[in-house]
Design a protein around this ligand. Sequence first.
Ligand SMILES: Nc1ncnc2c1ncn2[C@@H]1O[C@H](COP(=O)(O)OS(=O)(=O)O)[C@@H](OP(=O)(O)O)[C@H]1O
Length: 313
Amino acid sequence: MLVPGLLLSVYPSRDGGGLGWVGGSEDAFSEAQSGAERGGAAAASTPDYGEKKLPQALIIGVKKGGTRALLEAIRVHPDVRAVGVEPHFFDRNYEKGLEWYRNVMPKTVEGQLTMEKTPSYFVTNEAPRRIHSMAKDIKLIVVVRNPVTRAISDYTQTLSKKPEIPTFEVLAFKNRTLGLIDASWSAIRIGIYALHLENWLQYFPLSQILFVSGERLIVDPAGEMAKVQDFLGLKRVVTEKHFYFNKTKGFPCLKKPEDSGAPRCLGKSKGRTHPRIDPDVIHRLRKFYKPFNRMFYQMTGQDFQWEQEEGDK
Ligand SMILES: Nc1ncnc2c1ncn2[C@@H]1O[C@H](COP(=O)(O)OS(=O)(=O)O)[C@@H](OP(=O)(O)O)[C@H]1O
C-alpha cells in the first residue's frame, strides 16, 4: 500500500492547526451559545431523562464537507442523540476535561447512541491520540468532498465574514509564475486528506472509520445515510421518505413524515454561492491534489472520482 510517509513534515501548516485566520466551521460551541446558527432544534426536543454519556461515534470532518447535513440527518434517527453545536473538545477545549465534555452531551436512554460533530478534529494532530485514550472502540465518520471545491467553499465562508481578504487566486499560490501552490494555507492544506488520515491510522484501524462522499450526500442522501446507519449498527430508519429536493435551496432538505412539523433546510451559511475562480487556478489545484487523492483512494479502498468531475461545484 502506498503510504504518504512524512507528509506532515513536508507540508507544515502556515497556521499551526489548519484553522487560523480562515476560521473554523460555523457551528462552534461558543458561537451557537451566543445565538448563531444552532443547526436544528433537536437539543430542545431532547427529553429530560436518561443519562449523559461520552460519545460512541464522532463526525470528525472535514470542514465544509457536508458535516452539518449529515449530523442533522442522523439526528432524525430515534436511537441517536447528538449535540447540535460543535464542542471542539479534542482541539480547543481539551483542558476542560472529560466531565465537561460529558456534560455537553444530551441525555440518552438505554440503546441510544451519543454523537457530536467537530470538523476540525480531522486536521488536529493531537485528536487521534486524545480520542483513542477516551475510547479505543469509538466509531469515526469523515465526510469528504472534492478538495478543490472544499477549498473554494472554505474561502467563500471566510470571504463572507471578511470581504477585504485577498482573492482566492492570490492566496492559493506561494509563487504563481512558478506555479507553486501554497500548501500551508489551511484552505488548501485541509484537502490533503491522505496527510491527515495517516495520523488517524496510527491509532485506529480503517474498519473503525467511515468515509462518506460529500457529493453523494447531496445527490443521494438516503443512500449515504444507509451506509452511515449500517456502520453505526443502527436500523435503517432514515430513508428516502425523510428527504426532498428543495429547488430554491438547491439541496436536499429534511422532512419527518412521522411529525406534522414543517420540512427543514439548512441555514443560509450552507450552500453559499461560490465566487468565480480563474479556471487556470482550478486546473493547477486539480493537478496539485491528484497524487494526494490517489493516495487517499488507496488508503481508504474507495474511489471518490474527483478527477472525473467536469465542474467544481
Ligand atoms: N442538504 C444540504 N443542505 C445544504 N448544504 C449541504 C447539504 N448537503 C451537503 N451540503 C454542503 O455542506 C457544505 C457545508 O459543509 P459543513 O456543514 O461541513 O460546513 S462546516 O464545516 O460545518 O462549516 C455546503 O458547502 P457550500 O455549498 O460551499 O456552502 C454544502 O455544499
